[in-house]
Design a binder for this molecule. Structure first.
Ligand code: 5IU
Length: 465
Protein backbone atom coordinates (compact mmCIF):
# COMPACT_ATOMS: atom_id res chain seq x y z
CA UNK A 1 0.00 0.00 0.00
CA UNK A 2 1.49 3.39 -0.89
CA UNK A 3 1.74 6.10 1.69
CA UNK A 4 -1.27 8.09 0.52
CA UNK A 5 -3.38 4.94 0.09
CA UNK A 6 -2.62 3.88 3.63
CA UNK A 7 -3.61 7.35 4.91
CA UNK A 8 -6.94 7.16 3.05
CA UNK A 9 -7.68 3.73 4.51
CA UNK A 10 -6.83 4.98 8.01
CA UNK A 11 -9.21 7.91 7.53
CA UNK A 12 -11.93 5.49 6.46
CA UNK A 13 -11.28 3.33 9.51
CA UNK A 14 -11.63 6.29 11.91
CA UNK A 15 -14.88 7.25 10.10
CA UNK A 16 -13.66 10.49 8.59
CA UNK A 17 -15.33 9.22 5.38
CA UNK A 18 -18.76 7.67 5.76
CA UNK A 19 -20.94 6.14 3.07
CA UNK A 20 -24.72 5.74 3.22
CA UNK A 21 -27.45 8.35 3.04
CA UNK A 22 -26.88 11.63 4.85
CA UNK A 23 -29.01 14.75 4.93
CA UNK A 24 -26.79 17.78 4.45
CA UNK A 25 -27.49 21.21 5.96
CA UNK A 26 -28.84 22.32 2.60
CA UNK A 27 -31.46 19.53 2.80
CA UNK A 28 -29.78 17.56 0.02
CA UNK A 29 -29.42 13.82 0.55
CA UNK A 30 -25.78 12.84 0.08
CA UNK A 31 -24.28 9.32 -0.31
CA UNK A 32 -21.03 10.43 1.36
CA UNK A 33 -20.27 12.32 4.54
CA UNK A 34 -16.81 13.66 5.23
CA UNK A 35 -15.85 14.92 8.62
CA UNK A 36 -12.17 15.49 9.18
CA UNK A 37 -12.65 16.86 12.70
CA UNK A 38 -11.94 13.38 14.08
CA UNK A 39 -8.28 13.64 13.07
CA UNK A 40 -7.42 15.72 16.13
CA UNK A 41 -7.76 12.54 18.20
CA UNK A 42 -5.16 10.70 16.10
CA UNK A 43 -1.76 12.44 16.28
CA UNK A 44 -0.12 10.13 13.72
CA UNK A 45 -2.83 10.78 11.14
CA UNK A 46 -2.73 14.51 11.87
CA UNK A 47 1.01 14.63 11.29
CA UNK A 48 0.78 12.51 8.19
CA UNK A 49 -1.77 14.93 6.69
CA UNK A 50 0.49 17.88 7.51
CA UNK A 51 3.50 16.15 5.95
CA UNK A 52 1.63 15.44 2.72
CA UNK A 53 0.44 19.04 2.55
CA UNK A 54 3.93 20.31 3.21
CA UNK A 55 5.25 18.18 0.34
CA UNK A 56 2.81 19.75 -2.07
CA UNK A 57 3.68 23.25 -0.86
CA UNK A 58 7.39 22.58 -1.43
CA UNK A 59 6.84 21.00 -4.84
CA UNK A 60 4.60 23.85 -6.01
CA UNK A 61 7.24 26.33 -4.95
CA UNK A 62 4.78 28.53 -3.10
CA UNK A 63 6.38 31.74 -1.92
CA UNK A 64 4.86 32.75 1.37
CA UNK A 65 5.68 34.88 4.40
CA UNK A 66 2.92 33.48 6.59
CA UNK A 67 0.29 30.78 6.68
CA UNK A 68 -3.35 31.28 7.59
CA UNK A 69 -5.49 28.38 8.77
CA UNK A 70 -9.26 28.45 8.35
CA UNK A 71 -11.04 27.49 11.61
CA UNK A 72 -11.45 24.91 12.96
CA UNK A 73 -10.09 21.63 11.58
CA UNK A 74 -7.36 23.26 9.50
CA UNK A 75 -5.88 25.03 12.54
CA UNK A 76 -4.03 22.05 14.07
CA UNK A 77 -2.79 21.09 10.60
CA UNK A 78 -1.62 24.65 9.98
CA UNK A 79 0.20 24.68 13.33
CA UNK A 80 2.25 21.63 12.40
CA UNK A 81 3.06 23.00 8.94
CA UNK A 82 4.05 26.39 10.38
CA UNK A 83 6.38 24.72 12.88
CA UNK A 84 7.95 22.38 10.27
CA UNK A 85 8.15 24.98 7.53
CA UNK A 86 9.22 27.72 9.95
CA UNK A 87 6.61 30.22 8.93
CA UNK A 88 4.54 32.44 11.23
CA UNK A 89 0.88 31.64 11.48
CA UNK A 90 -2.20 33.82 11.11
CA UNK A 91 -5.76 32.98 12.06
CA UNK A 92 -8.89 34.53 10.62
CA UNK A 93 -11.65 34.67 13.18
CA UNK A 94 -14.96 33.18 12.20
CA UNK A 95 -16.79 36.22 13.61
CA UNK A 96 -15.53 39.72 14.28
CA UNK A 97 -15.06 40.27 18.00
CA UNK A 98 -17.76 42.66 19.10
CA UNK A 99 -15.51 44.14 21.75
CA UNK A 100 -11.91 45.35 22.04
CA UNK A 101 -9.84 45.61 18.91
CA UNK A 102 -12.38 44.13 16.48
CA UNK A 103 -9.52 42.43 14.68
CA UNK A 104 -10.55 39.79 12.15
CA UNK A 105 -7.00 38.56 11.53
CA UNK A 106 -4.96 37.44 14.54
CA UNK A 107 -1.16 37.35 14.33
CA UNK A 108 1.64 39.62 13.12
CA UNK A 109 2.09 40.61 9.50
CA UNK A 110 3.40 43.38 7.25
CA UNK A 111 1.60 45.02 4.34
CA UNK A 112 2.18 43.07 1.10
CA UNK A 113 3.19 39.91 2.98
CA UNK A 114 2.36 36.83 0.92
CA UNK A 115 0.03 34.55 2.79
CA UNK A 116 -0.84 30.93 2.04
CA UNK A 117 -4.29 29.73 3.13
CA UNK A 118 -4.70 26.26 4.60
CA UNK A 119 -8.04 24.46 4.70
CA UNK A 120 -8.99 20.83 5.34
CA UNK A 121 -11.78 20.35 2.76
CA UNK A 122 -12.92 22.43 -0.16
CA UNK A 123 -16.43 22.15 -1.60
CA UNK A 124 -17.43 25.43 -3.25
CA UNK A 125 -14.37 27.27 -1.98
CA UNK A 126 -16.47 29.83 -0.13
CA UNK A 127 -14.57 29.71 3.18
CA UNK A 128 -11.21 29.97 1.40
CA UNK A 129 -12.58 32.86 -0.68
CA UNK A 130 -13.89 34.66 2.42
CA UNK A 131 -10.58 34.17 4.20
CA UNK A 132 -8.70 35.54 1.19
CA UNK A 133 -10.99 38.54 1.10
CA UNK A 134 -10.31 39.35 4.76
CA UNK A 135 -6.56 38.92 4.32
CA UNK A 136 -6.51 41.07 1.20
CA UNK A 137 -8.54 43.71 3.00
CA UNK A 138 -5.64 43.92 5.50
CA UNK A 139 -3.13 44.46 2.67
CA UNK A 140 -1.84 40.89 2.46
CA UNK A 141 -1.28 39.13 -0.86
CA UNK A 142 -3.08 35.85 -1.41
CA UNK A 143 -2.36 33.80 -4.50
CA UNK A 144 -2.46 30.20 -3.28
CA UNK A 145 -4.48 27.96 -1.01
CA UNK A 146 -3.79 24.39 -0.07
CA UNK A 147 -6.42 21.88 1.00
CA UNK A 148 -6.08 18.32 2.10
CA UNK A 149 -9.19 17.17 0.33
CA UNK A 150 -11.05 18.51 -2.70
CA UNK A 151 -14.65 17.34 -3.11
CA UNK A 152 -14.39 18.31 -6.80
CA UNK A 153 -17.60 20.30 -6.69
CA UNK A 154 -16.10 23.15 -8.71
CA UNK A 155 -14.14 24.71 -5.83
CA UNK A 156 -10.99 24.85 -7.99
CA UNK A 157 -12.66 26.93 -10.72
CA UNK A 158 -14.55 29.09 -8.24
CA UNK A 159 -11.28 30.00 -6.56
CA UNK A 160 -9.51 30.56 -9.87
CA UNK A 161 -12.09 33.26 -10.54
CA UNK A 162 -10.93 34.92 -7.33
CA UNK A 163 -7.31 34.65 -8.51
CA UNK A 164 -6.45 31.88 -6.08
CA UNK A 165 -4.62 28.74 -7.20
CA UNK A 166 -5.89 25.66 -5.40
CA UNK A 167 -3.32 23.05 -4.38
CA UNK A 168 -4.60 19.79 -2.96
CA UNK A 169 -3.36 16.51 -1.60
CA UNK A 170 -6.35 14.36 -2.54
CA UNK A 171 -9.45 14.57 -4.69
CA UNK A 172 -12.64 12.65 -4.07
CA UNK A 173 -11.92 10.60 -7.21
CA UNK A 174 -8.58 9.48 -5.78
CA UNK A 175 -10.11 8.66 -2.39
CA UNK A 176 -12.80 6.52 -4.04
CA UNK A 177 -10.18 4.77 -6.15
CA UNK A 178 -8.10 3.88 -3.06
CA UNK A 179 -11.13 2.72 -1.09
CA UNK A 180 -12.28 0.43 -3.92
CA UNK A 181 -8.72 -0.82 -4.44
CA UNK A 182 -8.35 -1.70 -0.77
CA UNK A 183 -11.85 -3.22 -0.57
CA UNK A 184 -13.34 -0.69 1.83
CA UNK A 185 -16.22 0.21 -0.52
CA UNK A 186 -17.76 -1.42 -3.60
CA UNK A 187 -17.46 -0.17 -7.17
CA UNK A 188 -21.20 0.56 -7.04
CA UNK A 189 -20.90 2.91 -4.05
CA UNK A 190 -18.04 4.66 -5.77
CA UNK A 191 -20.18 5.23 -8.87
CA UNK A 192 -23.10 6.56 -6.81
CA UNK A 193 -20.79 9.08 -5.12
CA UNK A 194 -19.26 10.13 -8.43
CA UNK A 195 -22.73 10.73 -9.87
CA UNK A 196 -23.73 12.76 -6.81
CA UNK A 197 -20.62 14.92 -7.18
CA UNK A 198 -21.30 15.50 -10.88
CA UNK A 199 -24.89 16.52 -10.15
CA UNK A 200 -23.99 18.82 -7.28
CA UNK A 201 -21.51 21.27 -8.72
CA UNK A 202 -21.33 24.61 -6.95
CA UNK A 203 -20.88 28.25 -7.75
CA UNK A 204 -19.84 31.12 -5.54
CA UNK A 205 -22.17 34.09 -5.30
CA UNK A 206 -20.90 36.91 -7.46
CA UNK A 207 -19.00 39.59 -5.57
CA UNK A 208 -20.09 42.21 -8.08
CA UNK A 209 -22.79 44.47 -6.73
CA UNK A 210 -26.10 43.03 -7.77
CA UNK A 211 -28.35 45.00 -10.00
CA UNK A 212 -31.53 45.22 -8.01
CA UNK A 213 -34.54 44.69 -10.20
CA UNK A 214 -37.02 47.51 -9.65
CA UNK A 215 -39.24 46.89 -12.67
CA UNK A 216 -41.67 44.97 -10.44
CA UNK A 217 -42.41 48.03 -8.33
CA UNK A 218 -44.32 49.69 -11.14
CA UNK A 219 -46.27 46.55 -12.01
CA UNK A 220 -49.29 45.09 -10.30
CA UNK A 221 -48.85 41.67 -8.74
CA UNK A 222 -51.12 40.24 -11.43
CA UNK A 223 -48.97 41.66 -14.24
CA UNK A 224 -45.83 40.48 -12.54
CA UNK A 225 -47.15 36.96 -12.07
CA UNK A 226 -48.09 36.72 -15.77
CA UNK A 227 -44.69 38.03 -16.78
CA UNK A 228 -42.89 35.50 -14.57
CA UNK A 229 -44.91 32.60 -16.03
CA UNK A 230 -44.02 33.58 -19.59
CA UNK A 231 -40.41 34.61 -19.04
CA UNK A 232 -39.41 31.69 -16.85
CA UNK A 233 -41.68 29.12 -18.47
CA UNK A 234 -42.78 27.69 -15.17
CA UNK A 235 -46.11 27.38 -13.40
CA UNK A 236 -44.59 25.57 -10.45
CA UNK A 237 -45.07 26.88 -6.92
CA UNK A 238 -42.90 25.12 -4.35
CA UNK A 239 -44.63 24.60 -1.03
CA UNK A 240 -41.55 24.83 1.18
CA UNK A 241 -42.93 23.38 4.41
CA UNK A 242 -39.50 22.97 5.98
CA UNK A 243 -38.52 23.47 9.62
CA UNK A 244 -36.16 26.39 9.18
CA UNK A 245 -35.70 29.51 7.10
CA UNK A 246 -32.04 28.59 6.76
CA UNK A 247 -33.06 25.47 4.90
CA UNK A 248 -35.63 27.34 2.79
CA UNK A 249 -33.06 30.00 1.88
CA UNK A 250 -30.55 27.37 0.78
CA UNK A 251 -33.14 25.48 -1.24
CA UNK A 252 -34.59 28.58 -2.87
CA UNK A 253 -31.14 29.51 -4.19
CA UNK A 254 -31.05 26.17 -5.97
CA UNK A 255 -34.68 25.90 -7.06
CA UNK A 256 -35.21 29.64 -7.73
CA UNK A 257 -34.89 29.29 -11.53
CA UNK A 258 -37.54 26.56 -11.65
CA UNK A 259 -40.39 28.20 -9.76
CA UNK A 260 -42.82 31.07 -10.27
CA UNK A 261 -43.75 31.22 -6.60
CA UNK A 262 -42.51 30.00 -3.22
CA UNK A 263 -45.14 29.25 -0.60
CA UNK A 264 -44.25 29.15 3.07
CA UNK A 265 -45.92 28.90 6.47
CA UNK A 266 -44.02 31.38 8.63
CA UNK A 267 -45.54 30.00 11.84
CA UNK A 268 -43.90 26.57 11.47
CA UNK A 269 -40.36 27.92 11.25
CA UNK A 270 -38.03 27.41 14.21
CA UNK A 271 -35.71 30.27 13.28
CA UNK A 272 -37.97 33.03 11.95
CA UNK A 273 -36.40 36.48 12.02
CA UNK A 274 -37.05 39.59 9.96
CA UNK A 275 -33.43 39.52 8.88
CA UNK A 276 -33.73 36.03 7.43
CA UNK A 277 -37.11 36.58 5.82
CA UNK A 278 -35.80 39.72 4.13
CA UNK A 279 -32.90 37.65 2.86
CA UNK A 280 -35.43 35.25 1.34
CA UNK A 281 -37.27 38.20 -0.18
CA UNK A 282 -34.03 39.34 -1.79
CA UNK A 283 -33.52 35.87 -3.26
CA UNK A 284 -37.08 35.96 -4.62
CA UNK A 285 -36.27 39.22 -6.40
CA UNK A 286 -33.02 37.88 -7.75
CA UNK A 287 -34.58 34.70 -9.16
CA UNK A 288 -37.84 36.42 -10.02
CA UNK A 289 -40.44 34.42 -8.12
CA UNK A 290 -43.26 35.55 -5.85
CA UNK A 291 -43.37 34.92 -2.14
CA UNK A 292 -46.68 33.52 -0.85
CA UNK A 293 -47.38 33.31 2.88
CA UNK A 294 -50.01 30.60 3.22
CA UNK A 295 -51.48 32.29 6.31
CA UNK A 296 -55.08 31.29 5.57
CA UNK A 297 -56.50 34.38 7.28
CA UNK A 298 -59.96 33.61 8.65
CA UNK A 299 -60.94 36.20 11.27
CA UNK A 300 -62.95 39.42 11.23
CA UNK A 301 -61.47 42.28 9.20
CA UNK A 302 -60.13 44.26 12.13
CA UNK A 303 -58.20 41.33 13.62
CA UNK A 304 -56.88 40.17 10.29
CA UNK A 305 -55.48 43.63 9.60
CA UNK A 306 -53.28 43.31 12.69
CA UNK A 307 -52.36 39.71 11.92
CA UNK A 308 -51.21 40.86 8.48
CA UNK A 309 -49.15 43.86 9.51
CA UNK A 310 -48.07 43.35 13.14
CA UNK A 311 -46.63 40.84 15.56
CA UNK A 312 -43.49 38.81 15.17
CA UNK A 313 -44.05 38.08 11.51
CA UNK A 314 -45.10 41.43 9.98
CA UNK A 315 -46.28 39.48 6.96
CA UNK A 316 -47.23 42.53 4.90
CA UNK A 317 -43.57 43.62 4.87
CA UNK A 318 -42.36 40.66 2.87
CA UNK A 319 -45.14 38.48 1.42
CA UNK A 320 -46.15 39.44 -2.12
CA UNK A 321 -49.26 37.33 -1.69
CA UNK A 322 -51.23 35.77 1.16
CA UNK A 323 -54.00 33.17 1.26
CA UNK A 324 -57.38 34.15 2.68
CA UNK A 325 -60.42 32.13 3.71
CA UNK A 326 -63.64 33.67 2.49
CA UNK A 327 -65.62 32.18 5.39
CA UNK A 328 -65.88 35.44 7.42
CA UNK A 329 -67.27 37.35 4.40
CA UNK A 330 -65.75 39.98 2.16
CA UNK A 331 -64.78 42.33 5.01
CA UNK A 332 -61.66 40.23 5.41
CA UNK A 333 -60.47 41.14 1.90
CA UNK A 334 -61.42 44.79 2.34
CA UNK A 335 -59.31 44.88 5.53
CA UNK A 336 -56.26 43.31 3.92
CA UNK A 337 -56.45 45.56 0.89
CA UNK A 338 -56.64 48.62 3.13
CA UNK A 339 -53.68 47.44 5.20
CA UNK A 340 -51.64 46.77 2.06
CA UNK A 341 -52.02 50.38 0.95
CA UNK A 342 -49.43 51.49 3.46
CA UNK A 343 -46.82 49.21 1.86
CA UNK A 344 -44.98 50.78 -1.05
CA UNK A 345 -44.82 47.58 -3.07
CA UNK A 346 -47.62 45.76 -4.90
CA UNK A 347 -49.49 43.24 -2.75
CA UNK A 348 -52.31 40.81 -3.41
CA UNK A 349 -54.10 37.70 -2.19
CA UNK A 350 -55.45 34.33 -3.25
CA UNK A 351 -58.92 33.34 -2.02
CA UNK A 352 -59.29 29.81 -0.71
CA UNK A 353 -62.32 28.64 -2.62
CA UNK A 354 -61.78 24.89 -2.36
CA UNK A 355 -59.44 22.59 -0.44
CA UNK A 356 -57.67 19.41 -1.43
CA UNK A 357 -58.32 17.62 1.85
CA UNK A 358 -60.87 14.84 2.23
CA UNK A 359 -64.31 15.97 3.41
CA UNK A 360 -63.51 19.70 3.12
CA UNK A 361 -66.62 21.73 3.96
CA UNK A 362 -65.73 24.16 1.19
CA UNK A 363 -67.20 21.62 -1.26
CA UNK A 364 -70.35 23.63 -1.64
CA UNK A 365 -71.65 25.52 -4.64
CA UNK A 366 -72.73 28.64 -2.73
CA UNK A 367 -69.37 28.88 -1.01
CA UNK A 368 -67.54 28.81 -4.31
CA UNK A 369 -69.96 31.32 -5.85
CA UNK A 370 -69.36 33.66 -2.91
CA UNK A 371 -65.62 33.41 -3.47
CA UNK A 372 -65.93 34.28 -7.17
CA UNK A 373 -68.20 37.25 -6.43
CA UNK A 374 -65.78 38.56 -3.84
CA UNK A 375 -62.83 38.12 -6.21
CA UNK A 376 -64.61 40.14 -8.90
CA UNK A 377 -65.48 42.91 -6.48
CA UNK A 378 -61.93 43.19 -5.15
CA UNK A 379 -60.15 42.27 -8.38
CA UNK A 380 -57.34 44.77 -7.75
CA UNK A 381 -56.26 42.86 -4.68
CA UNK A 382 -57.55 39.34 -5.35
CA UNK A 383 -55.50 37.86 -8.18
CA UNK A 384 -56.83 34.31 -8.03
CA UNK A 385 -57.96 31.30 -6.07
CA UNK A 386 -56.70 28.28 -4.29
CA UNK A 387 -58.99 25.79 -5.97
CA UNK A 388 -59.60 22.26 -7.12
CA UNK A 389 -61.58 23.20 -10.23
CA UNK A 390 -61.96 26.06 -12.74
CA UNK A 391 -64.30 28.49 -11.00
CA UNK A 392 -64.71 31.22 -13.57
CA UNK A 393 -64.06 31.85 -17.24
CA UNK A 394 -62.62 35.24 -16.31
CA UNK A 395 -58.96 34.49 -17.08
CA UNK A 396 -57.58 37.39 -15.10
CA UNK A 397 -57.92 35.10 -12.06
CA UNK A 398 -55.21 32.48 -11.59
CA UNK A 399 -56.30 29.09 -10.32
CA UNK A 400 -53.66 27.67 -7.98
CA UNK A 401 -54.03 24.00 -7.08
CA UNK A 402 -52.35 22.16 -4.19
CA UNK A 403 -52.44 18.40 -3.69
CA UNK A 404 -50.09 17.44 -6.53
CA UNK A 405 -47.96 14.32 -6.72
CA UNK A 406 -46.81 12.23 -9.65
CA UNK A 407 -46.66 8.93 -7.81
CA UNK A 408 -48.79 9.16 -4.69
CA UNK A 409 -52.54 9.40 -4.08
CA UNK A 410 -52.59 10.90 -0.61
CA UNK A 411 -51.24 10.91 2.94
CA UNK A 412 -52.57 9.53 6.23
CA UNK A 413 -54.11 12.86 7.25
CA UNK A 414 -56.60 13.55 4.51
CA UNK A 415 -54.43 15.05 1.78
CA UNK A 416 -55.55 13.91 -1.67
CA UNK A 417 -53.21 14.07 -4.66
CA UNK A 418 -53.64 14.31 -8.41
CA UNK A 419 -50.94 14.45 -11.08
CA UNK A 420 -49.89 17.72 -12.77
CA UNK A 421 -51.78 16.72 -15.93
CA UNK A 422 -54.96 15.87 -14.00
CA UNK A 423 -54.73 19.16 -12.12
CA UNK A 424 -54.32 21.31 -15.23
CA UNK A 425 -56.45 19.34 -17.64
CA UNK A 426 -59.15 17.94 -15.37
CA UNK A 427 -59.23 20.64 -12.70
CA UNK A 428 -58.39 23.78 -14.59
CA UNK A 429 -55.26 24.65 -12.63
CA UNK A 430 -52.91 27.40 -13.84
CA UNK A 431 -50.41 27.05 -11.02
CA UNK A 432 -49.30 23.78 -9.45
CA UNK A 433 -48.53 23.91 -5.72
CA UNK A 434 -46.14 21.07 -4.96
CA UNK A 435 -44.66 20.24 -1.56
CA UNK A 436 -43.59 16.81 -0.39
CA UNK A 437 -43.37 15.40 -3.93
CA UNK A 438 -40.29 17.62 -4.26
CA UNK A 439 -39.16 17.98 -0.64
CA UNK A 440 -39.07 14.24 0.05
CA UNK A 441 -37.37 13.33 -3.22
CA UNK A 442 -33.74 12.26 -3.36
CA UNK A 443 -32.74 15.12 -5.66
CA UNK A 444 -35.01 18.10 -5.03
CA UNK A 445 -33.65 20.24 -7.85
CA UNK A 446 -34.02 17.48 -10.41
CA UNK A 447 -37.54 16.67 -9.23
CA UNK A 448 -38.51 20.35 -9.33
CA UNK A 449 -37.24 20.47 -12.92
CA UNK A 450 -39.46 17.49 -13.76
CA UNK A 451 -42.57 19.12 -12.27
CA UNK A 452 -41.71 22.39 -13.98
CA UNK A 453 -41.30 20.74 -17.39
CA UNK A 454 -44.38 18.54 -17.17
CA UNK A 455 -46.51 21.31 -15.65
CA UNK A 456 -45.59 24.01 -18.13
CA UNK A 457 -45.85 21.69 -21.14
CA UNK A 458 -49.45 20.77 -20.29
CA UNK A 459 -50.27 24.36 -19.31
CA UNK A 460 -48.95 25.70 -22.62
CA UNK A 461 -50.88 23.08 -24.59
CA UNK A 462 -54.19 23.62 -22.83
CA UNK A 463 -54.18 27.34 -22.07
CA UNK A 464 -52.55 28.26 -25.42
CA UNK A 465 -50.11 30.70 -23.85
N1 5IU B 1 -52.64 23.19 1.02
C1 5IU B 1 -53.13 21.99 0.60
N2 5IU B 1 -54.46 21.90 0.26
C2 5IU B 1 -55.31 22.95 0.33
C3 5IU B 1 -54.77 24.19 0.76
C4 5IU B 1 -53.46 24.28 1.10
O1 5IU B 1 -52.44 21.00 0.50
O2 5IU B 1 -56.47 22.83 -0.02
I1 5IU B 1 -55.97 25.78 0.89
C5 5IU B 1 -51.23 23.38 1.40
C6 5IU B 1 -50.76 22.53 2.55
C7 5IU B 1 -49.32 22.35 2.24
C8 5IU B 1 -49.26 22.31 0.72
O3 5IU B 1 -48.62 23.48 2.70
O4 5IU B 1 -50.39 23.07 0.28
C9 5IU B 1 -49.30 20.95 0.10
O5 5IU B 1 -48.21 20.17 0.50
P1 5IU B 1 -47.94 18.70 -0.05
O6 5IU B 1 -47.74 18.82 -1.57
O7 5IU B 1 -46.66 18.30 0.65
O8 5IU B 1 -49.09 17.81 0.29
Amino acid sequence: MDDLGSLVVKLFDIEAFKFGSFKLKSGIQSPIYIDLRVIISYPDILRSIAVHMNDIIQRANVACDSICGVPYTALPIASIICADYKRPMLIRRKEKKDYGTKKLIEGKFQPNDRCLIIEDIVTSGSSVAETAESLRAEGLQVTDAIVFFDREQNGENNLKEKNIRLLRVLTITEVLRYLVKYSRITEEISKTVQMFIRENQTQLPSSKPEIVETKHLSMSIRERFQMILKEKKTNLCLSADLPSLDEIIELSKQIGPNICMLKIHCDILNDFSMEKILQLKEISRKFNFLLLEDRKFADIGNTVKSQYTKGLFQISQWADLVTVHILPGEGIVEALEQAAQSINEPRGCLLIAQMSSKGALTDNEDYVKGAVQCAKKYSNFVIGFISQSRLTTDNQFLHCTPGIHLNNTGDQLGQQYVTPRQAIDGRGADILIVGRAILDSINRVKTAEEYQEEGYRVYEQLRHV
